[in-house]
Design a protein around this ligand. Structure first.
Ligand SMILES: Nc1ncnc2c1ncn2[C@@H]1O[C@H](COP(=O)(O)OP(=O)(O)O)[C@@H](O)[C@H]1O
Ligand SMILES: [Mg+2]
Length: 271
């Protein structure tokens, strides 16, 4: 795949393996994954469990090096390893939000600023600003154990935004939530994306979530992951609300995505 000159992030022909041939432990995990992600875009990755989705996100965010291929950020080619200095440009949200239990909601955001060495009033001001973005302005002084699962995840999202990253990387951010909370948070996340205009790359295993949130959905194959399909989601932002579930276009896209997801799973079965 060609590098798109104006892309925020380009991943070109990314391969990754763990272990090595000599000891007989070589496991190929990614097999030539390429995508160009535009500034402000919401990209969703959907794929079977254990196929390499988290590994791909870690390579994009510089947590892991690729084995081959290259990553470009704003046109600069970093080869197989995005450098540590660029960590500030990313915000991460994981399924298990890893909040510090002994710090309040605001305290968790402040801890992120301390870690990033961001001092001064403007940064402190962002703490309440971001808690407001996720609807938790009244819960600043509350400890994680006093919050519901959905609220804790919202603190995790606010924390990922507090240092004003350009790119938000989310790995099954709603995976641990019950179905009703999950659906509510999906629409809240859509709103957060709209308000903040961040570039978001999210892994999910939920087709509805992928359609409500994504500009494009990439379907990964079984291990080692390749991109099987890239599906644009052509539902206007204004139509992405609770009524969307009954819209013909939504149902069509859901059928299409489910079809491709089923196809990846059937590859697993012996011929
Ligand atoms: N640090 C590691 N060392 C060795 N194998 C790993 C490591 N991280 C992940 N794997 C393996 O790579 C494969 C893909 O893992 P992962 O990217 O977490 O998949 P997914 O997020 O799609 O469920 C799995 O088989 C997993 O066991
Ligand atoms: Mg994973």
């Amino acid at each position: 795949m060609e590098v798109q000159k104006d892309a925020r992030i380009s991943a070109i022909d990314i391969a990754k393996h763990f272990g090595d041939k000599a000891s007989g432990t070589l496991t190929p995990v990614l097999d030539g994954v390429s995508m160009n992600i535009q500034e402000g875009e919401f990209v969703v990755i959907l794929g079977p469990s254990g196929c390499g989705k988290s590994t791909f996100l870690k390579i994009l965010g510089g947590i892991l090096p690729a084995s081959s291929g290259k990553i470009l950020i704003d046109g600069t080619d970093y080869g197989t390893q995005v450098p540590r200095e660029l960590l500030k440009r990313f915000g991460f949200v994981f399924q298990n939000n890893n909040l510090l239990q002994w710090r309040t909601a605001a305290g968790n955001l402040k801890f992120m600023l301390e870690t990033m060495r961001l001092k001064g009033e403007a940064w402190q001001g962002r703490v309440s600003e971001m808690l407001e973005v996720v609807g938790l302005q009244d819960y600043q002084d509350v400890y994680p154990h006093e919050l519901s699962g959905g609220m804790r995840q919202r603190v995790g999202i606010a924390r990922a935004l507090v240092h004003d990253p350009d790119v938000l990387i989310m790995d099954q951010p709603m995976g641990a939530l019950d179905a009703i909370t999950r659906q509510m948070l999906t629409f809240e996340l859509l709103d957060i994306w709209h308000k903040t205009q961040k570039t978001i790359i999210m892994v999910t295993n939920n087709v509805n979530e992928a359609i409500i949130l994504g500009n494009r959905v990439f379907i990964f194959s079984q291990l080692p992951a390749k991109i099987l399909q890239e599906i644009p989601i052509d539902i206007p932002f204004e139509e992405r609300n609770h009524q969307v579930f009954s819209s013909p276009r939504f149902l069509e896209l859901r059928e299409k995505l489910n079809h491709h997801v089923r196809a990846t799973l059937s590859l697993e079965e012996p011929a």
